[in-house]
Write a protein that binds this ligand. Structure first.
Ligand code: PMT
Length: 397
């Protein structure tokens, strides 16, 4: 269950209440489960626990001010709202719940909740009389009707000496509840090999032939596959991007090295996703010394590199193979040709100017007689959708 939280981006909202002391443990547990946590504190929350504590346990700067110029320059409230895969407010005070219901935007936390497109979950914590009060109960019903998740509260003795419903749910249970919001885990037990980035084909000791692939799409697919529970091997050309948590990265430089690394991991591979922009050609001979600038023109003799995806497809025991096609014209028609000629199971077509180098992509997925279009979105979001499609198509084979 907790595998579902790997790489998930969680805004942890902390409001004013004695249960705020448990928020530090909650942040720590969410991180242990693989999530990236950014804490947003209200002014009242800071009466109960310090931003320094929350910063230390979350590993990220704490956000607490809607009008903080330095925060806005780094990750402003709009970006933070869009960044979140889920907003969990724990503890959620009666006041916070009432303000959320009214759609107020008079502090950072309530403003974020208006901006965010992500699910919102509240872990109420308050005195049992406040919880039982009909105003609070009416608010709870109205928040549930809006699709906001309410976790708890739990029953028991309270800091004020009362006994009853109103304690914040324990952090260990809250982690489970948040994990259950994510419908992934669909690749549990599967081994997935992914290639990413460009390759370098040497001309001489200082020059090489390459392309503009940044490796972002391949890394996003790797992260989404990990989130979905897969064991992930990422064979990556020369780019400098952090390895997604829990993925194993193999660094390669040339197409031949990428070929060798992929082939050595094909046993027990269930799904191969060939995202890399592999160099189709390499120099027939690589100069051992730097080529001097003498002649007015220069000709390089190139020879074909092995086609990795087609070679995997030729294996007697082959995985489900997903290729990408980077095209500048006739995008879908050209991708279809590659799907057939390389004997792939699926191909994901993208237009080079849209998909190469940047943080977003738009694609058309083709397999069998099926076609699905995904509009422009971040490579992270797209990768999650592609993993769902790949899983569905793989199941059907
Ligand atoms: O890295 P980014 O900046 O995020 O950009 C992402 C991307 C645009 C590179 C990616 O989405 C993409 O389209 N990757 C495939 C690029 C490509 O080389 O396409 P192709 O049409 O040349 O190759 C078709 C398929 O064969 C690809 O799956 C490719 O990995 C594979 N191939 C190609 C040549 C070769 N020698 N071996 C291969 O396996």
């Amino acid at each position: 269950m907790e595998q579902r939280l790997i790489n998930k981006q969680i805004v942890l909202g902390v409001t004013g209440g004695i249960a705020a002391y448990k928020s530090a443990d909650l942040a720590r547990r969410l991180r242990e489960a693989g999530a990236v946590v950014r804490v947003v504190m209200t002014e009242n929350a800071k009466q109960f626990i310090t931003p320094l504590t929350m910063q230390a346990v979350s590993g990220n700067p704490v956000h607490d001010d809607l009008f903080d110029l330095t925060a806005e320059a780094a990750m402003g409230h709009i970006e933070l709202g869009r960044w979140a895969d889920v907003i969990l407010i724990a503890p959620a005070s009666a006041n916070c719940m009432a303000r959320l219901l009214q759609g107020e935007a008079n502090d950072l936390l309530t403003t974020l909740c208006l901006v965010a497109n992500a699910p919102i979950a509240l872990a109420p914590a308050m005195n049992q009389s406040m919880w039982k009060n009909t105003s609070t109960q009416d608010n709870v019903q109205a928040l549930l009707a809006k699709g906001i998740h309410i976790f708890g509260p739990a029953e028991g003795s309270q800091a004020c000496g009362d006994v009853g419903l109103g304690r914040m749910m324990e952090p260990v249970e809250l982690v489970q509840q948040v994990a259950a919001l994510f419908q992934t885990g669909c690749l549990s037990g599967k081994k997935v090999v992914i290639t990413a980035g460009p390759t370098h084909e040497a001309i001489d000791p200082v020059r090489f032939i390459t392309n503009a692939s940044s490796g972002k799409m391949g890394h996003a697919i790797a992260a989404a596959a990990v989130e979905a529970g897969a064991q992930v091997i990422l064979v990556c050309g020369p780019v400098n991007i952090a390895t997604p948590a829990h993925a194993v990265k193999i660094h390669v430089t040339t197409s031949q090295e990428m070929f060798d690394a992929v082939m050595s991991h094909m046993s027990e591979c269930d799904i191969f996703v060939s995202v890399a922009a592999v160099g189709d050609y390499r120099c027939k001979t690589i100069a051992t010394q730097k080529i001097a600038k003498t002649a007015a023109t220069m000709t390089l003799e190139l020879e074909r590199n092995p086609d990795i995806a087609a070679s995997v497809a030729a294996l007697a025991k082959r995985p489900f193979i997903v290729g990408f096609a980077a095209e500048t014209e006739n995008v879908v028609a050209n991708a279809k040709k590659k799907l057939l000629s390389k004997k792939l199971d699926m191909i994901i077509a993208n237009e080079v100017r849209t998909g190469m180098g940047g943080d977003e992509n738009a694609v058309t997925v083709l397999w069998g007689d099926q076609q699905v279009d995904f509009p422009k979105m971040t490579k992270q979001k797209l990768a999650r959708k592609l993993i769902e499609v790949i899983k569905g198509a793989n199941n059907a084979t």
